[in-house]
Design a protein around this ligand. Structure first.
Ligand code: HEM
Ligand SMILES: *[C@@H]1O[C@H](CO)[C@@H](O)[C@H](O)[C@H]1NC(C)=O
Ligand SMILES: *[C@@H]1O[C@H](CO)[C@@H](O)[C@H](O)[C@H]1NC(C)=O
Ligand SMILES: *[C@@H]1O[C@H](CO)[C@@H](O)[C@H](O)[C@H]1NC(C)=O
Ligand SMILES: *[C@@H]1O[C@H](CO)[C@@H](O)[C@H](O)[C@H]1NC(C)=O
Length: 322
């Protein structure tokens, strides 16, 4: 097996920093013999879905982030709730992690071409890469060989970082998954695509603190425009909200430019400008899209290594354990 230098480094890092010696050894060529068509089948499925539903890009990228953060990249996010268990997908911030049907479709096709071979966790990782590349972002080689978990708990979504987190909280949340400050700022760049509902940012717009009605770190005109999109009387609709940057369907460095203009949507986005540990990274990416793309690819591979299961099952139906 040929490990890339980066993977070896990532593994050493993982073992020493978060002391999880059971990390699986992922491999770029994992399905070369057992399912050579795997990546093509997934790409075609994703492309077809995007044609009908432009929200798929952002949702599949976010799905990967959530899956990896909750109990390691093990497709726990795909399991349906049962009579006795409420699953992650029905946990608190479930409002926009949708598009599960795309993974269902890819798996159905994969089970025909190479039954019981490609894990759902790998399908999520590949699909996340594909949506980034298809929306104009970087391409990277996805390491594969994850196994699927058998457990999914709604209450564990509490472990996801929240939009009101400050930089210290963000750093801590990412460090617990073996991710550095730079990985954190880089992966936050995932907000270059997608949408947010009012509930995730409206605390910044009204009655923010004792002294400020509006979050003082937010551009005033931008705050006024968000207030119009989220009037107090009617802000719970499924379409009430805003795009996360001004080029929502394009994967670019506009997210970082918006932060420099104090137009970050979440407190957790804007906070990256207010802390010396992260500000320089925001400034670098705002001026150098190539650097952002390169680092994003690197950090996504690192994220994809977190909590990977070496032993376990390849789930046949993404929604149910075998
Ligand atoms: C740094 C900590 C992060 C926080 C606090 C955070 C929080 C959020 C929140 C609150 C939303 C909006 C949910 C809604 O109201 O519908 C959102 C959307 C999104 N997030 Fe994050 N996120 C973080 C990191 C990430 C990362 C690492 C990625 C991927 C690399 C990511 C990708 C996305 C995408 C693509 C959307 C848009 C989803 C859609 O359009 O349906 N986020 N995030
Ligand atoms: C999550 O979504 C499910 C299904 O749409 C819904 O029944 C449930 O109330 C939602 N939970 C939260 C906390 O929003
Ligand atoms: C979630 O619930 C399970 C079982 O009900 C419990 O064992 C676990 O500690 C809880 N986890 C969190 C993060 O609250
Ligand atoms: C960040 O938030 C935590 C929890 O609310 C708080 O204890 C801490 O003082 C905050 N740190 C900074 C630098 O604001
Ligand atoms: C603003 O917050 C204060 C203190 O939490 C509360 O007493 C007041 O009613 C709030 N005002 C509005 C308009 O929600």
């Amino acid at each position: 097996m040929a490990f890339s230098k980066r993977l070896v480094l990532a593994m050493i890092f993982t073992v020493f920093v978060i002391a999880k010696p059971s990390e699986a050894a992922l491999n770029a060529h994992y399905y070369d013999r057992s399912c050579p068509a795997a990546e093509k089948v997934i790409l075609e499925t994703v492309k077809k879905a995007i044609l009908h539903d432009p929200k798929v890009h952002a949702r599949l990228l976010r799905m990967f982030f959530h899956d990896c953060f909750i109990r390691g990249c093990d497709a726990s996010i795909l399991l349906d709730s049962t009579k006795s268990n409420q699953a992650e997908k029905d946990g608190p911030p479930n409002i926009s992690v949708r598009s599960f049907y795309v993974i269902d479709n890819a798996k159905t096709k994969l089970e025909k071409v190479c039954p019981r071979t490609v894990s759902c966790a790998d399908v999520i990782a590949i699909a996340a890469r594909d949506v980034v590349t298809l929306s104009g972002g970087p391409y990277w080689s996805v390491l594969k060989g994850r196994k699927d978990g058998r457990m999914s708990r709604a209450n564990e979504t509490i472990n996801l970082p929240g939009p009101t987190f400050n930089v210290s909280q963000l750093i801590q949340s990412f460090a617990a998954r073996g991710l550095s400050v730079k990985d954190m700022v880089t992966l936050s760049g995932g907000h270059t695509i997608g949408f947010s509902h009012c509930s995730s940012f409206e605390a910044r717009l009204h009655n923010f603190s004792k002294f400020h009605d509006i979050d003082p770190s937010m551009n005033f005109a931008f705050a006024q425009s968000l207030k119009k999109k989220c009037p107090i009387s009617n802000n719970r609709g499924k379409n009430a909200g805003t795009f996360l940057d001004s080029t929502t369907s394009v994967f670019d460095n506009d997210y970082y430019k918006q932060i420099l203009s104090r137009k970050g949507v979440f407190g957790s986005d804007q906070a990256l400008l207010g802390d010396y540990r992260t500000r320089w990274i925001v400034e670098t990416y705002a001026r150098d899209q190539k650097a952002f793309f390169r680092e994003f690819a690197t950090s996504m591979v690192k994220l994809g290594n977190f909590g990977v299961k070496e032993t376990g099952e390849v789930r046949v139906n993404p929604r149910f354990v075998n």
